[in-house]
Design a protein around this ligand. Structure first.
Ligand SMILES: [Fe+2]
Ligand SMILES: [Fe+2]
Length: 273
């Protein structure tokens, strides 16, 4: 059962005067990545082929991710009536392929796969919380809050299954940490940048990875406040098996916060150049 439906959103409250034009390109790009969730469920179904409980959970999870895409897409079409969500998504689908022909996790173990999924849900839960707080537009605020609540539940879902596999596979702390950090680093890979391109740039314009990453990240990172990074850091530490609160968490959060601020400035400079 989904926790909410698109029709639960009070779309009639949409207020065009409160739309921040800097957030619209982010919502368009995010809509596409979310809408593509079904492919990840196919991949997870192959990796966890003999685990029917997890496969069923992954199918529910994917249905929620697809709904995130549809809700964000609908909002973006209100904010920009000239924008066509389905057409942009078709373009994205045609050019971006998730590797589906796996019979084992690309992370080297099922525990590793689930840690990587926890990193994605940490990122999305923090991001939609930040986006909800950054916007004054009431419908986007509601949509982002509903999505963020799902993303926190998704984290818990993957975390619980990860614990189950960890007791069997016994992956060491350093390996878990390395998997987590490498998945966080992949946020600058093609998926988001290409979604930004398909959502925001005309087909006639060639795709420039660096430019699209900078354009997306410079806007996205601006939405974060320290408390979002603090909470996300706790989730990352928890997922790898380190204490989510305390000295290590505080130090990691302030390091993460400084890194994000520095990256944001670098992306702004790249865009200006
Ligand atoms: Fe999502
Ligand atoms: Fe999610």
């Amino acid at each position: 059962m989904k926790h909410w439906r698109i029709d639960d959103v009070d779309w009639s409250r949409f207020d065009a005067s409160k739309v921040d034009p800097e957030l619209v390109p982010l919502v368009k790009a995010a809509a596409m990545v979310e809408r593509n969730g079904q492919d990840y469920a196919t991949y997870l179904g192959r990796v966890f082929v003999d685990d029917p409980d997890f496969r069923a959970a992954a199918d529910y999870w994917a249905a929620e991710e697809v709904q995130h895409g549809d809700a964000l897409g609908r909002w973006a079409m209100l904010a920009d009536p000239s924008w066509d969500y389905q057409a942009a998504f078709a373009r994205f689908r045609a050019g971006f392929k998730v590797q589906l022909d796996a019979d084992a996790s690309i992370r080297g173990s099922r525990t590793g796969e689930l840690i990587a999924r926890c990193m994605v849900e940490t990122g999305t839960s923090s991001y939609y919380t930040a986006l909800a707080e950054a916007t004054e537009e009431p419908v986007l605020n509601q949509v982002c809050r509903l999505i963020a609540a799902d993303e926190f539940r998704h984290f818990k879902l993957f975390y619980d299954h990860m614990k189950r596999y960890l007791s069997r596979e016994n992956i060491g702390l350093l390996r878990r940490l390395r998997i987590a950090l490498s998945r966080i680093g992949e946020s600058e890979d093609d998926e988001l940048a290409y979604a930004y391109h398909c959502g925001n740039e005309p087909e006639t314009q060639p795709y420039r990875h660096e430019h699209c990453t900078a354009a997306y990240m410079a806007r996205a990172m601006r939405c974060y406040q320290f408390r979002h990074i603090e909470r996300g850091t706790g989730m990352i530490l928890k997922a790898v098996g380190l204490p989510p609160r305390g000295r290590l968490s505080e130090l990691s959060a302030s390091l993460g916060w400084r890194l994000i601020q520095r990256r944001q400035r670098q992306y702004r400079q790249m865009l200006a150049a």
